[in-house]
Design a protein around this ligand. Structure first.
Ligand SMILES: Cc1cc2nc3c(=O)[nH]c(=O)nc-3n(C[C@H](O)[C@H](O)[C@H](O)COP(=O)(O)O)c2cc1C
Length: 260
């Protein structure tokens, strides 16, 4: 018999449930002490063989933030634009369904996440993953101890930020080079993620997740829960209405606009 208290879990679960992606942050500065606390939480993440493949660049300089955001709205957005054109119209990211140029232009004019008082740029050193057994790199599909470890450190930092009353967002980097040039990151390193941090300027969203009974199996994989391709496609369609506000305004289920 343990002490029968779930107080620790309750505290942790509360932080987990309060976290949601905050894509609009106030420009107000945040204490350096908070940034250090977030980094401190991040460095305690799990990683293969404890190889700790992460390093962090804290960006507060307005010009550097602006330069990074320009890389995002130009190179990153162009890349995504062309990738999205390969997909079935209804499954495209909504920002790239809306006869694209208008949405992309709108994104370029705004300050977006560069308005955040601080960014934590997470950089990965792939050489460190060799601390683990060779088999780890050949097992399964696309296994990477580098990105698994990096995702872990990022998750801890997102949670630490929420516990301090701050908001964060996950800014995926698709084409690393322009960002690396701005920051002077060595070629061998991976520029994994940008985490904008600041006080939330919008209410956090409720959050939506698949129910436990749908994703948990007991003793063996329950094949009745295996999603057919049709169901996965239906799931993807439905997701469009549940994540970002702008997704709800997309053309899902409607007709493709003439000339779009
Ligand atoms: C691997 C990964 C990539 C993501 N990429 C982006 C992104 O590029 N832009 C963005 O706004 N959100 C991004 N997100 C955030 C997800 O959209 C978000 O976590 C998800 O919709 C659940 O919503 P929540 O974070 O509010 O709970 C990403 C999250 C992860 C884990």
């Amino acid at each position: 018999m343990g002490t029968e208290t779930t107080a620790g879990y309750d505290l942790l679960y509360d932080v987990i449930r309060r976290r949601s992606s905050i894509r609009k942050l106030k420009p107000d500065p945040i204490p350096d002490e908070y940034i250090n606390k977030i980094l401190e939480a991040g460095r305690w993440a799990m990683s293969g063989a404890n190889s700790q493949p992460w390093e962090y660049i804290v960006v507060k300089d307005p010009q550097v933030k602006k330069d990074l955001f320009r890389c995002y709205t130009e190179v990153n957005a162009d890349f995504i634009y062309w990738m999205e054109q390969q997909r079935l119209f209804e499954l495209r990211h909504p920002a790239y369904q809306m006869t694209a140029d208008k949405a992309v232009e709108q994104q370029r004019r705004g300050a977006g996440w560069s308005a955040a008082p601080a960014l934590i740029v997470v950089v990965g050193d792939g050489r460190r993953q060799w601390g683990t057994v060779q088999g780890a790199h050949t097992f399964g599909r696309d296994q990477s101890h580098l990105t698994d470890g990096l995702a872990n450190t990022c998750t801890l930092m997102h949670l630490a930020a929420v516990s301090l009353g701050l908001g964060t967002q996950w800014v995926t980097i698709h084409i690393q080079e322009p960002f690396k040039k701005v920051l002077g990151v060595p070629d061998l390193m991976m520029l994994y993620l940008i985490i904008p941090i600041g006080y939330p300027a919008v209410e956090p969203s409720e959050g939506v997740r698949r129910p436990l009974e749908e994703i948990v199996h007991h003793d063996h994989y329950d094949e009745s829960k295996f999603m057919s391709n049709e169901r996965v496609i239906q799931f993807l369609f439905e997701l469009r209405g549940k994540t970002l506000q702008t997704y709800r305004q997309s053309y899902v289920g409607k007709e493709e606009p003439k000339g779009g």
